[in-house]
Every structure is written in structure tokens, then in C-alpha cells.
Design a protein around this ligand. Structure first.
Ligand code: GLN
Length: 273
């Protein structure tokens, strides 16, 4: 009996030690059993070709793949850190970073001064802009043509901001701005006819049109949208982590690694047709 109690006490002690250990490891920049840091990357994995859930066994980090995922995988290799992915809605990513639920964001996030008040952006790694996806049988060729129409956007994105600002500034009045948590549901509504246009980042728009070549097309309205650049985002206090990522990112950009990833994924996903 004595032996049993002793064992039970030992087991309990071990368990509580493991629990404490776990607690200290769950924060940002935490270590793992192997002594390597594990960083939690926040993303919103419905954004082809930047982040998506891969086919069984094809994931680059966990079950995820895409330009951002492969870029981060490579940076992590060079920094000798492990990365795990937290997949969530785009609109909540900055709050998750601020509360340190995640260590950084890699989500095709556009660098904006208002966002930069709450996060530190890396050097830019991709330049793009907003496209408007419409049905082929529609007559829309500019945002002004969308007066009184229903426009779909992903909640909290630069598409949402541009469309909302356009309306608030009286440039154009929409019947409704349909805010979706994922761009794909907005596009499904466009295909079925309950939405008239979807505004989304150009590479993602190209992908949707490639998936529905007989139904959809896109246009760009340079009077309404400007260029955008993607950055990884870090907690305002994590200047060292930012510098570490920037150093590797700068070298990878110079080597053309992001261009390579863009080609690779658009080809692989058939988004170029
Ligand atoms: N680039 C856009 C933004 O930052 C959209 C990003 C996304 O939907 N993942 O708002």
C-alpha cells in the first residue's frame, strides 16, 4: 500500500511538473522538448494561392500549404524554429496577435498605416491590388457601374475597407455590402446570382475565375483601387523576432524565392489558365 501511495505521489508530482512546464511553454517564443522555439503562425486558410488546406498528405506546415505557408516554412528552417498554424477568420488576426494567442501573422495581409499602429510589419514581400469579380453576362466594367448593386467582400479586408470608404465618401452607393468571413462563400453567392460583384485580392480573383471560366470574369478599376503590398505581421514588442524574419526574408526575396513560389502554386493549382 505504502508503495502504491508513493507511486501515486510521484505520478502526481510528475504530472504537475509537466503541467507547469506546459504553461510556461504556451506563451510566445516558447521552447519545445527539443529546445527549439515553436512559433504560432496565425492565418486564414481560404485564400488561394497564399494559404489553403492541402490535399491529404500534401501539407507544408500541418495540413496547410500555399505561398505564405511555404515562405514561412523556409524562413523557419533558416531560423531553426518550429512553426504551428492557427487557422482562423481574417478579421480577428490582429487581435489574436495583440493577445499573444499567435506569434505572427502570415495571411496575405496588406501593409496599412492604421494596421501598423497595432502590429509591426515585415518588409513587403508581394505587390498586388484589388480585382472585381463579376458574372460574364453582366455589364459591369467599373466600380461606378455597381451603383445600387450587392457587392461581396471578405470582412475586415482591404476590399471591405475600399468598398466601405467608397460608399461613405459618396463615390458610389451600393444596395448592400455583403461581408463574408471567407471569400469563397461570397463567390458562391456571385455564381448563384445573389451577389453582383466580389472584390478580392488579384491573385485570389484570378483563381476564382479559373475555377469558373464559363461564368466569371474580373476587371481592375484603377480610379478606385491602388497598389497594395503584403507583409508578415509581428507583435509590437517583438522587435528581435521581426529583425530575424526580415533578415531571411530580404535574402529570399533577392533570390527570387517568392516569385518562384507564386509560379509554383499558380501552376500547381491551375490558376493561370
Ligand atoms: N490583402 C487583403 C488584406 O490585407 C486580404 C487578405 C486576406 O483576405 N487574407 O486585407
Amino acid at each position: 500500500m505504502k508503495k502504491f501511495i508513493l507511486l501515486a505521489v510521484l505520478a502526481l508530482a510528475l504530472l504537475s511538473f509537466a503541467a507547469c512546464n506546459n504553461d510556461t511553454e504556451s506563451g510566445a517564443d516558447s521552447g519545445t522538448d527539443s529546445g527549439r522555439r515553436t512559433l504560432v503562425m496565425g492565418t486564414s486558410a481560404g485564400f488561394l494561392p497564399f494559404e489553403f488546406i492541402a490535399d491529404e498528405g500534401q501539407g507544408v506546415i500541418g495540413q496547410y500549404a500555399g505561398i505564405d505557408v511555404s515562405l514561412v516554412y523556409r524562413i523557419a528552417q533558416e531560423l531553426d524554429v518550429d512553426v504551428v498554424i492557427q487557422n482562423q477568420e481574417f478579421v480577428g488576426l490582429i487581435a489574436a496577435l495583440q493577445s499573444r494567442e499567435i506569434d505572427f501573422i502570415a495571411a496575405g495581409m496588406t501593409i496599412r498605416p492604421d494596421r501598423a499602429e497595432n502590429v509591426n510589419f515585415s518588409i513587403p514581400y508581394f505587390t498586388t491590388g484589388q480585382f472585381v469579380v463579376v458574372r460574364q453576362d453582366s455589364n459591369f466594367h467599373s466600380v461606378a457601374d455597381l451603383e445600387n448593386m450587392i457587392v461581396g467582400v471578405q470582412f475586415g479586408t482591404t476590399a471591405d475597407i475600399a468598398i466601405t470608404d467608397g460608399q461613405d465618401d459618396g463615390v458610389v452607393t451600393f444596395q448592400e455590402i455583403a461581408r463574408h468571413n471567407q471569400p469563397v462563400t461570397a463567390v458562391l453567392d456571385l455564381v448563384s446570382g445573389s451577389v453582383d460583384a466580389v472584390v478580392v485580392d488579384a491573385p485570389v480573383a484570378r483563381g476564382f475565375v479559373a475555377q469558373h471560366p464559363d461564368t466569371l470574369r474580373f476587371f481592375y478599376d484603377h480610379t478606385f483601387f491602388g497598389p497594395e503590398q503584403f507583409g508578415l505581421a509581428f507583435h509590437l514588442d517583438d522587435l528581435e523576432l521581426l529583425a530575424e524574419f526580415n533578415a531571411v526574408l530580404e535574402r529570399l526575396l533577392a533570390e527570387g524565392f517568392v516569385d518562384y513560389l507564386y509560379e509554383y502554386y499558380t501552376d500547381k493549382l491551375g490558376l493561370n489558365e
